[in-house]
Design a protein around this ligand. Structure first.
Ligand code: HEC
Length: 421
């Protein structure tokens, strides 16, 4: 070997050693951040275990939180999936031109994390147009009878909410146990519903299906026992001799909603053991998120919501931001309408955080059109750069990129496929 080759060889060996060292240092760093992130997640879990935040597979019915009075089964889920987007729900429109055109998806769209695709949620009087909703041209402003005065909160991960609606009105457990609904003047309809002693998601499905949005599920000629939907009612409720009715439609909707879990989000994949599902940057951002957001009293349920505490951040109301919407006392009062306690005026539930970056607008009133702005508005003590890191974690790690799998039409299934579980 001549001198030149010798020097070259030494240089190559040094470079290789250097590379190995760099690699070693990178993997040490990766292992360290992985460890710190894991410790932060565990510290944020009220049970002290990672599994607290892990969602089951959507077909793993026995592990999905459910109402014992409404056990999840496959035909029920299939039925709920069809009903929320079916033409059979919007059959009592304000104007005949709206017949069959509105359903649940008009205000709970998968492309928007199952919330409203427009800033003001519009049901009867709207038409779904791709990823958005346009006003039905036959409806005048006065006949837009189903405009909401609150943001359409999502049913994504609702299996982890026992009390639903911004006021936590529906559901008889947790923060609602001990409330004497008879004493509350506002309460005719939730009282009737809560007396049924179903859990919140089941009650909401009756409430939204039967009452709030004037949906109705009447057996029509098309819905005979032999039609696909009719057959599903019979398979889903085998002990009910006349299963095609509104209540069972609500139960099927709730069973379906409970399976709508963001279980393909990167954080869920990480929890299931895929260390690379989150990058080092995601984990660093996650340290901030778990330290300051997913703490007790705030976003601390498995889906990072909370229905045991209600908060007033003085956010504007929808009628402060949109001319189309008029003052609504119940929406303005928030939790007060459930407890009758004046200190609860203007308090709302802490929403869950998966896929919130897909939302059209934020806050109970949809008055914020920028996720950074709303986070700043209620965390005024924290630096913006810090909050930005939390938001980056939410945007990347808590976003399931494939929610449309829940609404896709998959064709009719055979009895064997429906009952095989
Ligand atoms: C006009 C728009 C609109 C339509 C149509 C609509 N919703 Fe909603 N939904 C809302 C609004 C607004 C809220 C929040 C209301 C509140 O908190 O008082 C809501 C809340 C909910 C919630 C509670 C989520 C939570 O965690 O608190 C569920 C579940 C739900 N809707 C399901 C449905 C179903 C099922 C249908 C169809 C049968 C439906 N919605 C139709 C606007 C709509």
């Amino acid at each position: 070997m001549n001198l030149r080759n010798g020097i070259l060889l030494i240089a190559l060996i040094t470079a290789a050693i250097g590379l190995i060292e760099v690699n070693n240092r990178a993997s040490e760093r990766a292992a360290k951040i992985e460890e710190r992130f894991k410790a932060a997640v565990i510290a944020a879990a009220p049970t002290g275990q990672l599994e607290y935040f892990a969602f089951p597979n959507s077909e793993d019915y026995s592990n999905i939180p459910q109402d014992p009075k409404n056990p999840i089964n496959k035909p029920k889920v299939e039925l709920g999936r069809i009903i929320i987007q079916s033409k059979y729900t919007g059959i009592k429109p304000m104007n005949n031109a709206g017949y069959g055109l509105y359903n649940c998806v008009i205000c709970h769209h998968d492309g928007h994390g199952f919330t409203n695709p427009t800033d003001v949620p519009l049901g009867d009087g709207g038409i779904i147009f791709g990823d958005t909703v346009v006003r039905n041209p036959y409806y005048t402003e006065d006949s837009l009878c189903d405009l909401s005065t609150l943001k359409a909160s999502t049913f994504l991960n609702i299996a982890y909410s026992d009390l639903v609606l911004w006021s936590g009105m529906l559901g008889y457990e947790g923060a609602n146990s001990g409330i004497d609904f008879d004493q509350l003047a506002h309460f005719e309809h939730p009282k009737q519903l809560n007396d049924l002693e179903f859990k919140g998601p089941e009650l909401q499905a009756f409430g939204a299906g039967v009452m709030a949005h004037r949906f109705i599920f009447d057996p029509t000629d098309e819905l005979t026992k032999d039609s696909y939907i009719g057959k599903l009612f019979y398979l889903a409720f085998p002990n009910d001799p006349h299963p095609i009715n509104d209540i069972n439609a609500g139960l099927a909707i709730a069973a379906f909603e409970r399976t709508v879990l963001a279980n393909e989000a990167p954080f869920q994949k990480w929890l299931a053991g895929d260390k690379n599902a989150l990058s080092e940057t995601d984990k660093r951002n996650g340290l901030h998120f778990f330290k300051s957001c997913a703490t007790s009293g705030c976003h601390n349920s498995p889906a990072f919501g909370n229905d045991s505490e209600f908060h007033n951040f003085d956010f504007p109301n929808m009628w402060d931001c949109y001319d189309l919407v008029e003052y609504d006392e119940a929406a303005a009062n928030g939790r007060f309408i459930v407890t009758g306690d004046s200190s609860d005026i203007g308090k709302y539930k802490v929403p869950q955080l998966y896929n919130v970056s897909d939302h059209e607008c934020w806050g109970h009133s949809c008055c914020y059109d920028d996720m950074d702005a709303i986070v700043q508005a209620h965390n005024y003590n924290l630096e913006f750069s810090y909050l930005k890191k939390c938001n980056n974690f939410v945007t990347v790690a808590l976003r399931d990129p494939n929610l449309s799998r829940y609404t896709k039409t998959q064709g009719e299934k055979t009895d064997a496929e429906l009952l095989l579980h």
